[in-house]
Design a protein around this ligand. Structure first.
Ligand SMILES: O=P(O)(O)OC[C@H]1O[C@@H](O)[C@H](O)[C@@H](O)[C@@H]1O
Length: 252
């Protein structure tokens, strides 16, 4: 595939990768689990109230209201979009059903990494660029392990860290800023690779050097509108230029 976007490594000390949909082919597994849970909920609600059943759409609804957000924020975001008041008990119940459904799926079928992402991360490390895996998911460590790519990344910041450190979820930049801190680089010296709108907004809000959107679902226009500098269909389209010779001064 011809390179269609260039990243200048002379200005890039680190690259931070979102996990679901960028490193591993799990965004669609999350979306399918959400659909199973929300559709059951919406159908029962429609039967009780006599309203029309309008199913969860794994395209529009997922991309706009759930993708990239923490589990509970995803429930709240979607229910809010349908004008449904979300009491804490309902949020917790739907979140835990969705998690059980997601885990059953990856335990049965495993996790597939995107080959071009693994290749790119290997090449970055050979060129002295530090790498991070970031995710809103509390299952991130398990997903990376199941895909066999844990060791490709210098550090990981995920949904478990977010709870432990009290970090706000995307579109807040806190997860990415924490990754930059752990990698000892300033945000402006790091690139972020994301496939979700909330994630692109978070990277833009954090003033990262380059924000790269991965459009695997035909939402390149929205990723650009959310603040992506470059949009590619797959990381095989990313071309690396140059390499770092001197490590940058540690971020204070
Ligand atoms: O429920 P988990 O595994 O903690 O994941 C939280 C979220 O993680 C994000 O990476 C996904 O885009 C969302 O779909 C998912 O809901």
């Amino acid at each position: 595939m011809a390179p269609s976007a260039v990243v200048d490594l002379e200005r890039t000390a680190a690259m931070i990768f979102d996990t679901d949909g960028v490193i591993t082919d799990t965004a669609r597994v999350h979306a399918a689990a959400w659909k199973r849970v929300f559709d059951t909920f919406l159908r029962e609600r429609a039967e009780r109230s006599g309203e029309r059943f309008r199913p969860f759409d794994t395209g529009e609804d997922y991309l706009r209201h759930v993708d990239g957000k923490s589990r509970a924020d995803g429930v709240r975001g979607f229910l809010d979009s349908r004008g449904i008041a979300a009491d804490p008990g309902t949020v917790a119940d739907l979140a835990s059903r969705k998690d059980a459904s997601f885990l059953a799926e990856i335990h049965e079928y495993g996790v597939v990494p995107f080959p071009a992402t693994a290749e790119l991360v290997g090449e970055l490390r050979r060129r002295g660029v530090r790498t991070a895996a970031v995710s809103a998911s509390r299952n991130c460590a398990e997903v990376l392990r199941a895909a066999g790519v844990t060791d490709l990344f210098d550090i990981r910041v995920d949904g478990v860290d977010a709870v432990r450190l009290g970090l706000a979820g995307k579109p807040d930049p806190a997860l990415f800023l924490q990754a930059a801190r752990q990698l000892a680089v300033k945000p402006g010296e790091a690139a972020v690779v994301e496939d979700s709108l909330a994630g692109v907004q978070a990277a833009r809000a954090g003033r990262f050097g380059v924000v790269i959107g991965v459009d695997r679902r035909g939402n390149g226009g929205s990723l650009r509108a959310a603040g992506a500098d470059l949009v590619v269909a797959d990381l095989a389209q990313l071309h690396l230029h140059g390499r770092r010779r001197e490590p940058l001064a540690p971020h204070l």
